[in-house]
Design a binder for this molecule. Structure first.
Ligand code: PEP
Length: 251
């Protein structure tokens, strides 16, 4: 467990398009009974049809609820989309913006991600803004420039509050996590970029999570890095025991 970090650690579980409501309820029951009064902030990001079951199972507990995406408009003719007011109404206080699977599968641009982050804060949702380079971009040594571009555009409307997740695309769901050193370099670059955009004080308080095949086996080494403030976890968050083990690592 790390005690040096001045920021409260944050862990998000991204269930992606998994689980049915019965399974979600069972998960929450196991998760809540394994909860040990952690000081880390924990949020479950679940697909929209599961929100009522999860909200009810987590009611008035310490675990937060988040949506996985939102439309930049608050209502209208947008079949299949979900709005910020709808997420807030379902009990969410967080939402993912710009997850790489949305960027890849739904063609989300940096600008759209920025509009979504703005829509989130105007509906009292904290956006967890995801950024990260593809394998080709890393090979072309473009990692830092890609992260800077994604971050600058996402923050154009100056959303506040927000948190960031550095998720190298090549590490998501592949079992190939970034090494702690690679992740730290990227996080440091993101924090420096935040300082340029928002000032040193704001940059020092912003939480930057690592995501990409993070699991109970590699969590301790990753969280010992000075600019890693928690995790966004896909696969390992689907098992409540494994997810709890990662939270235990953070304290
Ligand atoms: C994610 O979906 O944000 C993620 C990091 O997935 P995984 O942990 O499975 O790589």
């Amino acid at each position: 467990m790390r005690s040096q970090n001045p920021r409260r650690l944050l862990i998000g579980g991204n269930w992606k398009m998994n689980l049915l409501s019965r399974q979600a309820r069972d998960y929450c029951q196991a998760f809540v009974s394994g909860w040990e009064g952690f000081s880390t902030e924990v949020v479950l990001f679940v697909s929209s049809p599961l929100l009522p079951a999860v909200a009810e199972s987590l009611a008035s507990g310490p675990i937060g609820l988040g949506g996985q995406d939102l439309h930049p408009e608050s209502k209208g003719a947008f079949t299949g989309d979900v709005s910020g007011p709808q997420l807030a109404d379902a009990g969410c206080s967080w939402v993912l913006c710009g997850h790489s699977e949305r960027r890849r599968d739904h063609g989300e641009s940096d600008r759209l991600v920025g509009r979504k982050a703005a829509a989130a804060v105007s509906n009292s949702l904290t956006p967890l803004i995801c950024v990260g380079e593809t394998e080709e971009e890393r090979e072309r040594q473009e990692t830092f420039s890609v992260l800077k571009r994604q971050l600058e555009t996402a923050l154009e409307s100056r959303p506040e509050p927000f948190a960031l997740a550095y998720e190298p695309v090549w590490a998501i769901g592949t079992g190939r996590s970034a090494t702690p050193e690679m992740a730290q370099q990227a996080h440091q670059h993101l924090r420096e970029t935040l300082a340029d955009l928002l000032g040193d004080e704001a940059a020092a308080t912003k939480r930057i999570l690592y995501g990409g095949s993070a699991n109970p086996e590699n969590a301790a080494a990753l969280i010992s890095q000075p600019d890693i403030d928690g995790f966004l976890v896909g696969g390992a968050s689907l098992d409540p025991e494994r997810f709890l083990a990662m939270i235990r690592c953070c304290g």
